[in-house]
Each structure stands twice: as structure tokens, then as C-alpha cells.
Ligand binder design. Structure first.
Ligand SMILES: NC(=O)c1ccc[n+]([C@@H]2O[C@H](COP(=O)([O-])OP(=O)(O)OC[C@H]3O[C@@H](n4cnc5c(N)ncnc54)[C@H](O)[C@@H]3O)[C@@H](O)[C@H]2O)c1
Length: 403
């Protein structure tokens, strides 16, 4: 049995603990999180007896005490990724690190330095690359049916439950801790765009802001005093999906659940559009919008190629593909795989087992993929702040200056 530690035992940790334990090849031996309530929730969810783990409130104490770890999961808030991640990697322990890599270019480069020095095994939480929906799109694009990619349109239309998480979570609603909404919510999508484009992002332009959940002096601070009960989707309890981790997400939000989504203090955007131009000429347009419910909500993608197009909505479990020469459209059914993120979560977590079994295994969702995604998210927010296009200047080592 591989001995694995979990650092940060909030909502997301559930999506690792359970499949790892269920694999029958991993024993969670130690956990670090200042909240025992969250840790206990994770242990219960993964059916781990609390007597079989050593609990620490501080990840540094865990790493100082646990001398025989085979692997680790780091799922702390975004601005707290780099320190435990670097400490784990310096011990040459394979790591599943949640996305985004970090919240700044500098901290990301510190991780990259350590990864390169140690030839580290690291899988970043870009779970969507494992989703059958995106796997099939990738296969179809690689088959050449739509020719070479010319441009891509994509969006993430966030449902009310998660819109509430972003705008009410103790750390997600402040850009300093989460890196902003684009980074927290759509670093996945920026990674997918980079993955499909296959080139280097070169120029980014973005517009956005808080267009929806703006302060409203006619509403009270607290939902319980609000006349909008019954008409506001955000009255007290947001709507959550059944995805793993939602129960603990509610726990972590408990102290802010009653606070008006419009009036709560926050500085993250709720709407943003990003355009990217790649070194190989590919163009991207991406929209992030909150408060989206119903048909065609969630994630949509449309890739336009030199010989045809491919498109789909991740929740429809269907992909359309049109070939220009035959002028025919085919609809491909996407297999429904149980688990969070449209079946991706369990497959993703098992990347850690693969790394533990094979010291040469280095998943493609690596630190540099995280760095590129981060660079796009950071450039997008900079573009808004400075009202200009942001250009990527690559150094010889692949690190980027945003100018
Ligand atoms: N890959 C995905 O699809 C996906 C989905 C959701 C969240 N995430 C990422 O997972 C990470 C955690 O998100 P979450 O939803 O679990 O948030 P959360 O708020 O539910 O959990 C974060 C946990 O970290 C703990 N924590 C805070 N400071 C800590 C410290 N110094 N040491 C150890 N633990 C500490 C908190 O007590 C909490 O239990 C974030 O980086 C988030 O972006 C990824």
C-alpha cells in the first residue's frame, strides 16, 4: 500500500481521498488542515477510520513528522499552494497539486524551478483533460477530420450554486487569495485552450468586471432580513449539484451563507471575456459568466478548423462534428462516466497512483501546463486593469514576461 498524505482537506480533497482509497493501492496515513470538521468530513466520505490517520493542523508539522510518505495531495486555497507543494517536491514525493498552480507568476516559477531541479512527478488538477467529452474532441481533432485548427470559441456558464461559492467563499471571493475568478474558475478552460491550440499563447486581451453581483443599497446585508425570499436564487442556500464535495463546500461557507450575494464584500469579477492569439496563429474567444442555469449552461466549446468544425456542451453528453467537403454532420454520443466533472474526477485522481507505481510517469497536466494557464489568466486580468493587450515574451527557459 502506498502511504499518502492529504494537505488541505476541504471540499476538493474528497475527489482524491475516495478514489485513492477505493483503488485498494493507497492508504491515507496523514492529513493536515486547520479545520478538523473539514478533515473529518473527508475521512467519513472516503470511509477512512479516523484512528488510522495522523492529523495535523499545520502542513509543516506533517512533513516534519511523516518520514515515510510515498505520495501527497495538496488541495489548499490557491494562494497557499506553492509553499506545501515546494516542500513536498523537495522531498522527491510524487504530488497531486490542485489547480491553479499558484496565484502569481513568481510563485509559479519557484515551483517550476524545483520541478526542473528534481525531475519531479507532479500532476496538476486539470481534471477536464480526463473528461470523456474533451478526450473525444481531442481524438477527433487529432484524426484530422476538421483540418488544422483556425479558431476556438468556448465558455463557462457557471450555475447558481457555484456562482455562490465563488462570491461567498471565505477565500475565493478575494482575488489576492484565489487569483480572481478567471484563475479560480476558468484556469481549466485556459489549459484546455492551450492544450488544443498546441502553440504558445502570445497575446491576450480581456474585458470584464462585476456586472451582476453589484452592491445594492436597497437590499439588506443578511438574507434573513430580505423580502426577496422565494424570488432570489441566492436566498440563503445556493443550489448545489450532487458533485463530490458539495456538502463540505456548504460547511466551508456556513458563516457567509446568509450574506446577501450582492452586498457581501468581494473583489472578484462575475463576467469576463478573453481573447488569445497563439504563436501558430490560432485565435480564441472565451466567456466566463455566472448565474447561468438550464440548457447549454456549464461548458461549451466550438472549434473551427480548415476542413470543418467540432462543437458540444459538456452536460449534453453529445458532440457534433461537421466536415465541409461532404457537408455532413455527425453526432457522437459521449459515454456517461459517474463522478464529478463529468466523470473526470476519479480518472484524474488515479494519475497519482500511476506516478506512485511508475517513477518515469510524468502526466501531461504538469507544472508548465499550469504555468501557461496561469499566465493567460494573469494576463487577462492585467489587460482589464491596464486597458490594453498583454504580450507574452518568452525567455530561453520558457518562463514568461508579460509586457
Ligand atoms: N480541479 C478542480 O476541478 C477543482 C474543483 C474545486 C476546487 N479546486 C481547487 O482545490 C483547492 C481547494 O478548494 P476547495 O474547494 O477544497 O476549498 P475549501 O475551502 O473547501 O477547502 C480548502 C481547505 O484548505 C484548508 N486550509 C486552509 N489553510 C490551510 C493550510 N495552511 N494548510 C492546510 N490546509 C489549509 C481549509 O481549512 C479548507 O479545509 C483550491 O485550489 C481550488 O481551486 C479544484
Amino acid at each position: 500500500m502506498f502511504k499518502v498524505a492529504v494537505i488541505g482537506c476541504g471540499a476538493r480533497s474528497l475527489a482524491y481521498a475516495k478514489p485513492l482509497v477505493d483503488s485498494g493501492e493507497v492508504q491515507i496515513v496523514a492529513c493536515a488542515d486547520p479545520s478538523w470538521v473539514h478533515t473529518k468530513n473527508m475521512l467519513d466520505y472516503a470511509k477512512i477510520d479516523e484512528k488510522t490517520i495522523r492529523y495535523y493542523t499545520d502542513w509543516q508539522d506533517l512533513l516534519d513528522s511523516e518520514k515515510e510518505l510515498d505520495g501527497a495531495v495538496v488541495a489548499t486555497p490557491n494562494n497557499l499552494h506553492h509553499q506545501p507543494a515546494i516542500a513536498v517536491l523537495k522531498r522527491k514525493i510524487p504530488l497531486a497539486l490542485e489547480k491553479p498552480l499558484t496565484t502569481t507568476m513568481q510563485d509559479s516559477e519557484k515551483i517550476l524551478d524545483v520541478v526542473r531541479e528534481n525531475r519531479s512527478q507532479l500532476v496538476l488538477g486539470f481534471v477536464l483533460r480526463s473528461a470523456p467529452f474533451y478526450q473525444i474532441i481531442r481524438e477527433q481533432v487529432d484524426s484530422g477530420r476538421i483540418g488544422r485548427i483556425i479558431s476556438m470559441q468556448a465558455d463557462e456558464l457557471v450555475m447558481p450554486g457555484i456562482s455562490s461559492v465563488i462570491t461567498r467563499s471565505p477565500w475565493r471571493r478575494f482575488a489576492e487569495q484565489s487569483g480572481g475568478s478567471m484563475m479560480e474558475k476558468s484556469s481549466h478552460d485556459m489549459d484546455l485552450m492551450n492544450w488544443f491550440a498546441g502553440g504558445r499563447p502570445e497575446t491576450v486581451s480581456s474585458f470584464g468586471g462585476s456586472l451582476l453581483f453589484r452592491p445594492n443599497p436597497t437590499l439588506p446585508e443578511n438574507c434573513l432580513d430580505c423580502p426577496a425570499q422565494g424570488t432570489c436564487l441566492y436566498y440563503k442556500k445556493p443550489q448545489f449539484s450532487e458533485a463530490a464535495g458539495d456538502a463540505v463546500l456548504q460547511n466551508s461557507l456556513e458563516r457567509d451563507l446568509d450574506r446577501c450575494i450582492y452586498n457581501i464584500d468581494k473583489d472578484v469579477y462575475d463576467n469576463q471575456v478573453v481573447s488569445i492569439q497563439y504563436s501558430n496563429g490560432i485565435l480564441v474567444n472565451f466567456t466566463l459568466a455566472f448565474n447561468c442555469i438550464g440548457e447549454r449552461g456549464g461548458r461549451n466549446i466550438h472549434i473551427i478548423g480548415s476542413k470543418g468544425r467540432i462543437w458540444g456542451n459538456i452536460d449534453s453528453n453529445q458532440i457534433g462534428i461537421h466536415e465541409n467537403l461532404s457537408n455532413k454532420t455527425e453526432h457522437i454520443a459521449v459515454p456517461i462516466v459517474p463522478g464529478g466533472h463529468n466523470g473526470a474526477d476519479n480518472l484524474h485522481a488515479l494519475n497519482l497512483v500511476k506516478m506512485l507505481k511508475d517513477s518515469s510517469c510524468r502526466p501531461a497536466q504538469d507544472a508548465y501546463a499550469g504555468y501557461l494557464s496561469n499566465a493567460v489568466c494573469i494576463a487577462a486580468d492585467l489587460s482589464i486593469a491596464e486597458k490594453r493587450q498583454i504580450h507574452f515574451r518568452y525567455r530561453a527557459n520558457g518562463y514568461i514576461d508579460l509586457v
